[in-house]
Write a protein that binds this ligand. Structure first.
Ligand SMILES: [Zn+2]
Length: 71
């Protein structure tokens, strides 16, 4: 049996320690997408690749990941 995931993204604002970030969240799973990874993937591979990238279940993990882009 094949397992497929077709994310349905909605743009949301999340807040963490006074920081507000606009990110895409999948309506069904609640997964948050790293905006930097997702933008890069879509640029390289097109919108069909919008399920490739880095996804997180909580804001803290997303923030921790985002800081790696800055280093
Ligand atoms: Zn990323």
């Amino acid at each position: 049996m094949a397992i497929t995931w077709e994310p349905v993204w909605e743009l949301v604002t999340v807040e963490h320690e006074g920081m507000r970030i606009r990110v895409l969240r999948d309506k069904e799973t609640g997964l948050l997408a790293c905006p930097i990874c997702l933008t890069e993937t879509v640029k390289k591979k097109g919108r069909k690749a919008a399920d490739e990238g880095s996804f997180f279940f909580d804001v803290q993990s997303l923030i921790a990941h985002l800081t790696t882009h800055a280093s």
